[in-house]
Design a protein around this ligand. Structure first.
Ligand code: LMR
Length: 348
């Protein structure tokens, strides 16, 4: 097995692989992709990780400049930028160990993540097709929204190409976890929110996001009159950022998750974090899939040298409020997952 220090990480940012006319037109009209305001920080975070030896950036614009800029940082990662010309995607992804996908467009105020489906679904599908051909063993971390649908799309594309490994496909839901920890810390007065560990399960949009305060470690007591607002704030934390950025983008903070995968790969023990996975393909996932009636769901997953090694079952200890939230989440997720699967089989 490769040491994590040999890992090649590829970020595919922004408007990778323009697949529709509308999309291409948009790219030409606004070459300063709105997504790039958030992608350089993600590249920067990865460039500073000591666990990464090679970092390749791919997008339809800007990657050579960002790569040149970041290349001066004195960290081990050798960084390169690729554009679509001269088979850039293939070269960037070839034999990558980990591929992080924040590609596509972000929300504007008033939009749901599902409103991004029409553009982002095709972009993710196109990228996964290339990955299946040139980096079939890569760990794929999907940030592109709507995550509840783009991860099922990726799974279906990989299945069709005969290279699907459920232990290596992840929907990144880390933002929900860090939000839950931060907002709870504000309420109960924890100085460092990182001292809290709060599982967040389900999906990555609105009511599909289910924070499990009853399973917080150390245990926390949320005042009854604050609970409903707290749940809403975790579920709609992304909207806070989208609104504040006022049309200029949304949040992207995936590093914590990429780092968890890298640590697991490097053999570090006890790396457990919620992530949106294909349950039937992961040890311990079958029973959760049965209970929820869903194949894709975010639960705390143990990460190791082979990827997602075990899904922990958080459903056995839910309190009454969490049971109600779970019901709504399952309903919402059913539609989101079915939409992704159907798109993968019959793209418009
Ligand atoms: C988030 O949770 O902040 C991201 O999914 C971006 C968004 O659209 O909210």
């Amino acid at each position: 097995a490769k040491k994590a220090a040999d890992a090649v990480v590829v970020i595919m940012a922004g408007k990778a692989l323009a697949l529709s006319d509308e999309y291409e037109a948009q790219t030409i009209r606004s070459p300063k992709s709105q997504t790039w305001d958030s992608k350089p920080p993600l590249s920067l975070l990865l460039k500073t990780s000591p666990l990464i030896s090679e970092l390749a950036l791919y997008d339809v614009v800007n990657t050579p400049g960002v790569a040149a800029d970041l290349s001066h940082i004195s960290s081990p990662a050798k960084i390169t930028g690729y554009l679509p010309k001269d088979d850039g995607a293939k070269l960037a992804f070839k034999d990558a160990d980990i591929i992080v996908i924040p590609a596509g467009i972000p929300r504007k105020p008033g939009m749901t993540r599902d409103d991004l489906f029409n553009i982002n679904a095709g972009i993710v599908k196109g990228l996964i097709e290339v990955i299946a051909d040139v980096a079939p063993k890569a760990y794929i971390l999907i940030i592109s929204n709507p995550v509840n649908s783009t991860v099922p799309i990726a799974a279906e594309v990989l299945k069709a190409k005969g290279v699907f490994n459920p232990k290596r496909l992840f929907g990144v839901t880390t933002l929900d976890v860090v939000r839950a920890e931060t907002f709870v810390a504000e309420i109960i007065g924890t100085k460092n929110p990182q001292d809290l560990n709060i599982p967040v399960i389900g999906g990555h949009s609105g009511e599909t996001i289910v924070p499990l305060f009853s399973q917080a470690k150390p245990s926390v007591t949320i005042p009854a009159d604050k609970l409903a607002d707290l749940v809403k704030r975790v579920q709609f934390g992304g909207d806070e950022v989208v609104k504040a950025k006022d049309g200029a983008g949304s949040a992207t903070l995936s590093m914590a998750f990429a780092e968890a995968v890298l640590k697991g790969l490097s053999g570090e023990k006890g790396i457990v974090t919620p992530t949106f996975v294909y349950l039937p393909g992961i040890s311990g996932g079958e029973v959760i899939a049965k209970e929820t009636g869903l194949d894709f769901f975010s639960v705390p997953v143990e990460l190791g040298t082979t990827g997602a090694e075990k899904a922990q079952n958080p459903l056995t200890n839910l309190d009454d409020n969490e049971k109600t939230l779970l019901k709504a989440a399952v309903e919402g997720l059913k539609g989101n997952i079915a939409k992704g699967v159907s798109f993968a089989h019959n793209p418009p």
